[in-house]
Design a protein around this ligand. Sequence first.
Ligand code: SF4
Length: 191
Amino acid sequence: MNFMENKIFTKLVAEAKALGAFKANIIEAGDIITDRAFRGMCESNACGVYGKCWMCPPYVGEIDELMARVGKYDYALVYQTVTELEDSFDFEGMIEAKKKSYPLAQSLRKAFDDVHFEKVLHLGAGGCGVCEVCSKRTNEPCRFPELAMPSLEAYGINVSELAKASGMKYINGQNTVTYFGAVLFSLRDGE
Ligand code: SF4
């Protein structure tokens, strides 16, 4: 890592933490493990959103194509949020915690909105989360294509392995819920 890279990476990690990430770290995108089996989990529709959001399968894209796209970036800023729950059955708390992770993911767009990056891909925690109800449900076009954000899982990313590669815990203690996001990026030549 050269001096300029070190400076940019330090700034990105600090920004993610300042915006509310519990932890954040930069890893090489080549260390991200993908598996098409995650598409099967989406298809099982445990979340109830399969086929109901433009950023979720099947509309987000073919799994092999998306997994291949992950390998086209050089680095990833991986970040996590950790939220306390009333107890391990606090499903409302889990949904609220996921909603709180969306503003962080969107705010990070601004951190990447400068001249250092050749290309950037933002991936969040489960679903898109920009609109209360996705326009896919009424078969209308996406309302905010510039903000729409697919999940790590939609791209076949193994999040527990991502946590390990980033030096973070996948689970952060009893009565807490942890969500992950990542920003894949390549720096411009000369940075
Ligand atoms: S921005 Fe809104 S309409 Fe577009 S994919 Fe996300 S939730 Fe759906």
